[in-house]
Design a protein around this ligand. Structure first.
Ligand code: HEC
Ligand code: HEC
Ligand code: HEC
Ligand code: HEC
Ligand code: HEC
Ligand code: HEC
Ligand code: HEC
Ligand code: HEC
Length: 361
């Protein structure tokens, strides 16, 4: 008799719990299906919905009506990471997991913020928070509510952030690889951003040279001298003080390089891929050398009192910083026209400053 009761109450508990969960889910869909129909349709197409998950698995059950909407959890890595530990760990170890922190070290960030926090919020903070608010926003590439892995493999998932100042999307799009993507779409023969930067679904993104094209140890003394001048100028702008902004040892640098080559060999001979990457390294060296010329000329202008420290800051930011990086970003993403155009901008900007100096002497 006792046993029967136990079995019966277990069954009814399961029944009521399932019914309750179903009712809650139906509740969400009743309102949101009416208010935001496209969003709910997206969710219904997702793998997660098909595997039986419901709205409350991510948003919690505290919000049930109009008045308590602020009680809904807005899920970040803390929620997604409970079920996807591997991806969450990888994300946090790499650069995307540091994008929020990076905003607080940058003198440039402070300068923009003190002038207009409205601009800061709609520029710097939008890109960096979209991927890293609360430690991680997993829907930056797996757009809600479809949360698709396939969609994230397309270069367009990187587009909103990796353009302009950091023209990886433009460079890739204009390269042979990008042209192949345009004609063949997602295909095993075509590398997209994530083939090279997230091989086998590894969510840790980190390259050898990083954004700044400098390294902690420099085996080549000539390169080292240029890098020192570049580092000082970029430190003045601020962003190089971001966490893990360059590889501090050659061991770490080489490890990322070899990992990249392991990707190229899926489709190319290792020796020719290595040569291509070394051609990129030579552009890093050339970009740093041109930058040194510019920084020295601008420094002289400042010393002579022909530009204020504030003007010097914006001169370096406007005419050197992004141009230097764009040169090697174009090279590593096989966009030769980009390399050439940035080189021309650089030469002209340096010549203009030198002309200013000589005219005023
Ligand atoms: C009675 C209708 C109703 C029900 C039931 C309901 N919601 Fe809402 N929900 C709303 C309204 C209204 C808002 C505010 C929308 C707005 O500002 O336009 C909202 C807002 C939200 C937000 C955004 C909160 C924010 O901070 O921006 C989320 C997430 C959400 N609901 C999820 C859910 C989930 C999950 C359920 C089921 C557990 C659910 N809702 C049930 C009406 C409802
Ligand atoms: C796998 C987790 C997950 C599930 C399940 C989920 N959501 Fe969301 N939802 C998110 C994420 C992530 C966001 C964006 C959070 C942010 O921007 O901080 C979001 C945002 C929202 C918003 C605010 C959207 C806006 O643009 O203002 C609403 C409303 C919402 N969800 C409702 C629902 C409803 C209804 C369901 C079920 C049909 C559901 N969600 C299921 C993860 C989920
Ligand atoms: C309660 C556990 C749980 C939570 C929380 C959760 N997921 Fe999932 N997720 C799953 C399950 C289960 C699957 C389906 C696995 C399968 O069938 O292959 C899945 C699949 C996925 C996939 C693969 C979809 C595809 O196209 O193959 C992505 C991407 C994903 N989740 C992202 C997220 C994101 C982003 C969040 C947070 C906003 C999140 N998940 C929260 C359990 C969860
Ligand atoms: C920079 C873009 C990006 C971000 C941010 C991102 N993902 Fe992914 N994710 C991908 C790509 C690309 C794939 C497909 C990998 C593959 O199979 O080649 C993927 C695949 C997945 C899968 C499916 C894995 C499988 O084996 O089927 C899950 C689950 C997932 N991601 C969860 C997450 C979670 C959780 C977060 C937040 C910590 C996150 N993703 C953030 C790009 C991203
Ligand atoms: C919402 C904006 C956003 C999206 C979308 C995004 N990223 Fe990023 N990414 C960033 C930011 C911001 C950083 C710099 C993080 C920091 O400050 O440490 C970054 C850094 C990186 C780095 C590290 C470079 C290095 O070594 O320093 C790689 C590689 C990268 N992203 C690749 C990708 C790929 C591939 C995608 C698309 C699948 C993608 N990102 C999507 C914003 C984004
Ligand atoms: C064929 C492989 C490949 C593809 C495709 C690719 N990259 Fe790269 N990416 C590289 C290489 C190689 C580097 C330089 C690595 C180093 O530092 O040695 C690099 C560097 C980067 C960096 C660090 C800064 C820099 O030098 O540019 C970011 C960020 C980045 N890529 C993002 C992207 C994004 C976003 C896409 C797609 C629009 C993309 N990459 C497509 C191979 C690739
Ligand atoms: C369009 C989106 C976008 C905007 C706007 C933006 N960033 Fe970034 N930021 C990125 C991406 C993407 C990277 C990584 C680029 C790379 O590695 O090539 C990055 C890199 C950085 C880094 C260096 C992180 C590192 O260690 O490599 C800092 C610091 C930074 N941004 C601060 C800022 C500040 C401050 C502003 C506003 C003045 C700003 N960002 C505006 C997308 C953006
Ligand atoms: C998924 C396959 C795939 C991967 C991975 C890949 N490539 Fe390619 N790549 C191709 C294909 C296909 C072509 C076109 C080959 C042809 O025209 O015969 C190509 C062309 C090139 C070209 C010639 C560009 C031109 O303008 O003619 C270079 C250089 C190159 N790849 C470098 C690399 C490097 C370096 C890596 C690794 C960082 C890499 N590729 C990774 C498939 C790939």
């Amino acid at each position: 008799m006792n046993k029967k009761w136990i079995v019966l109450s277990v069954f009814s508990a399961i029944f009521f719990f399932t019914a309750f969960a179903q009712a809650a889910q139906d509740g969400c869909i009743q309102c949101h299906g009416k208010n935001n129909p496209a969003m709910v349709e997206d969710w219904e197409k997702s793998t997660m919905a098909k595997s039986g998950m419901d709205c409350a698995d991510c948003h919690g059950r505290n919000h049930t009506n109009k008045k308590n909407a602020d009680q809904a959890i807005m899920p970040s890595i803390k929620v997604c990471g409970k079920c996807h530990e591997k991806q969450a760990k990888g994300f946090s170890m790499g650069k995307h997991g540091k994008a929020e922190e990076a905003l607080f070290v940058s003198a440039m960030g402070k300068k923009v913020r003190t002038q207009s926090s409205a601009v800061f919020d709609r520029s710097c903070a939008t890109c960096h928070n979209e991927i890293c608010k609360d430690g991680g926003q997993c829907d930056a590439c797996h757009t809600g509510h479809r949360f698709s892995a396939k969609e994230a493999r397309k270069p367009e998932s990187c587009l909103p952030c990796h353009l302009g100042n950091h023209p990886q999307y433009e460079s890739y799009s204009c390269s042979k690889h990008g042209a192949l993507y345009k004609s063949r779409g997602l295909d095993d023969s075509v590398p997209t951003c994530t083939t090279c930067h997230m091989p086998e679904g590894d969510h840790m993104v980190k390259t050898s040279w990083g954004f700044f094209g400098v390294r902690g140890e420099e085996p080549d003394p000539k390169l080292g001298a240029d890098q020192k001048i570049v580092k000082t100028a970029v430190e003045m702008l601020g962003p190089i003080l971001a966490p893990d902004s360059f590889r501090s040892t050659m061991v770490e640098w080489t490890e990322r390089r070899e990992a990249m080559l392991d990707v190229c060999v899926q489709c190319h001979a290792k020796s020719s891929a290595r040569k291509d990457l070394e051609a990129g390294d030579a552009i890093v060296a050339q970009a740093n050398h041109l930058a040194t010329g510019f920084i020295n000329a601008a420094g002289k202008l400042k010393e002579d009192g022909q530009c204020s420290p504030k003007e010097y800051f914006w001169l370096i930011r406007d005419k050197m910083h992004a141009q230097r990086m764009s040169m090697y970003i174009s090279a590593f993403h096989q966009h030769p026209e980009g390399v050439l155009l940035e080189m021309i901008h650089f030469k002209r900007a340096t010549m203009e400053i030198e002309k200013n100096i000589s005219e005023n002497h």
